[in-house]
Design a protein around this ligand. Structure first.
Ligand SMILES: Cc1cc2nc3c(=O)[nH]c(=O)nc-3n(C[C@H](O)[C@H](O)[C@H](O)COP(=O)(O)O)c2cc1C
Length: 151
């Protein structure tokens, strides 16, 4: 049984809707359990439980959200030595850019020893409906890839 953790932050609901769509995509696959956690509530135990993680964040001032950064900050030292060597996929919600948030997450994820598995989904608010469908496909692809052991 695969365990996928979804960690996210959302103020206005865009990221949360993308996460919900991703969750629906994951559930199209069998042999998977999912935990969906707001980043401020997620713990070390959650990441140790998972063998794949979806990280979803709005871009704020060219960065990932403070809440998602807080998750990395508070679990980084405790996670070291625990061999958190699992694949991740990233969803970014933004108005017009998203590249800064993507760079931030990628840089921290590699220190954390999370492995990038699929291309980042960057959803701009003016293409949101399309983004929902892409998030669903991403979730299913991630779960299927995990199950096939290709990440
Ligand atoms: C404080 C703040 C800073 C933002 N900075 C950026 C930014 O640097 N680049 C961008 O494309 N969008 C930026 N946005 C827009 C949000 O990323 C975008 O509206 C996102 O979809 C919000 O996600 P949410 O609805 O889940 O809260 C910013 C929004 C806020 C509130």
């Amino acid at each position: 049984m695969n365990h996928i953790l979804i960690i996210y932050h959302s103020q206005k609901g865009h990221t949360e809707k993308l996460v919900d769509a991703c969750y629906q995509g994951i559930l199209l696959e069998s042999n998977v359990q999912v935990r969906m956690k707001k980043a401020l509530d997620a713990t070390l135990e959650d990441i140790l439980w998972a063998n794949g993680v979806v990280i979803a964040t709005p871009e704020y001032f060219g960065n990932m959200s403070g809440a998602v950064k807080d998750f990395f900050d508070k679990t980084y030292y405790p996670a070291r030595g625990q061999n958190v060597n699992i694949p991740y996929v990233l969803i970014i919600s933004c108005d017009n850019d998203g590249s800064g948030a993507e760079r931030n997450v990628q840089s921290i994820a590699s220190s954390y020893t999370l492995r990038k598995s699929l291309e980042t989904l960057n959803v701009k608010t003016n293409a949101f409906e399309e983004g929902l469908e892409q998030a669903k496909v991403l979730g299913q692809t991630f779960a299927a890839g995990l199950d096939m052991g290709i990440f």
